[in-house]
Write a protein that binds this ligand. Sequence first.
Ligand SMILES: Cc1ncc(C[n+]2csc(CCOP(=O)(O)OP(=O)(O)O)c2C)c(N)n1
Ligand code: SF4
Ligand SMILES: [Mg+2]
Length: 320
Amino acid sequence: MTMTATECVLELYEERHKLEDYQGGVPRWCTGCGDNAILAAVQRLCRDEGLRPEKTVFVSGIGCSSRFPHYMRTYGFHGIHGRALPIAEGVRMARPDLAVFVNTGDGDCCSIGAAHWIHAIRYNMNVTVFLHDNQIYGLTKMQASPTSPRGLKSNTTPRGAYLEALQPLTVTLGVQNVSFVAQAVDWIPEVLYDIVKAAYHHRGLSFVRIVQRCPEWLPKLWEPWLHDPERIVMLNHERGIQTSASLAKVYKNQMQHDPSNIDRAREIASNTDMLPVGILYSNPEVPCYEDLRLSTTPRTTEFIKRGLEAEFDKFTVWPQ
Ligand SMILES: Cc1ncc(C[n+]2csc(CCOP(=O)(O)OP(=O)(O)O)c2C)c(N)n1
Ligand code: SF4
Ligand SMILES: [Mg+2]
């Protein structure tokens, strides 16, 4: 069927979505919660990339941050505590045509979900993961998480947390098949957006740790970094992201870092004296699990029906 020019224009017009088309329920997060900034960046990404709401899924676990899918007008799955990653992998395996995102908290990902986190990195499925790291269990009212700083007083550590904080970047960079690791902070929206965009475009599992402020339970935690921008190191590279000239006037600590260099990425991540912001590592050549699997097992309707029948036949009770 041939189309007239007007019909073509109309069709293109229908495909374009406005920001409001991605906005779901009104967020119930506290005023000043860093989750609001992450939501704004992600909704902007969806609009700019023209993601089709019916072809986009946000999967989460449990926590304040895990309320994220409710605030998107796309498909969503508010899952089980710690289980966002395996749910997202299941979605991706069954529907490789969908864009799949994960929103997970530091408790959700690094505590109860830690085993899934490690294996998800190794499986390297094409999923964009945002770790909302506020260094505390927010929803359940202030228990220490694995990323809480040593000495932090909380309901479960009234004398202060005894252990050094777990570092999500070094853990992720240590896992076989890691393919994309970045770090953002909620209070630099321009860079947060650039990182979210680079993560979305990466083929494979992209892991973005976002330093997210929780003004309700830890209002002072990030003040030193807010008051002294030189404590932040901006990672720049032509294959990563570039700090704009106006931001570079504020964030003067700039570093050239080639994101294909994993040894340097590990060095940067393990230096806890600085807070690197940018893309630490990116390797699009790492195979994705769904590509390996789906290339050998085509998911046609006929194939699925045959598989199901074979399974049911195993339980058939034949009359004697
Ligand atoms: C199996 C299970 N254990 C414990 C809980 C209670 N719980 C709900 S959210 C949460 C921690 C959330 O912390 P985090 O993932 O950091 O999210 P935040 O609220 O900080 O965004 C806990 C322990 C639960 N819902 N399910
Ligand atoms: S408790 Fe903290 S993490 Fe939860 S909504 Fe409030 S500010 Fe955000
Ligand atoms: Mg948390």
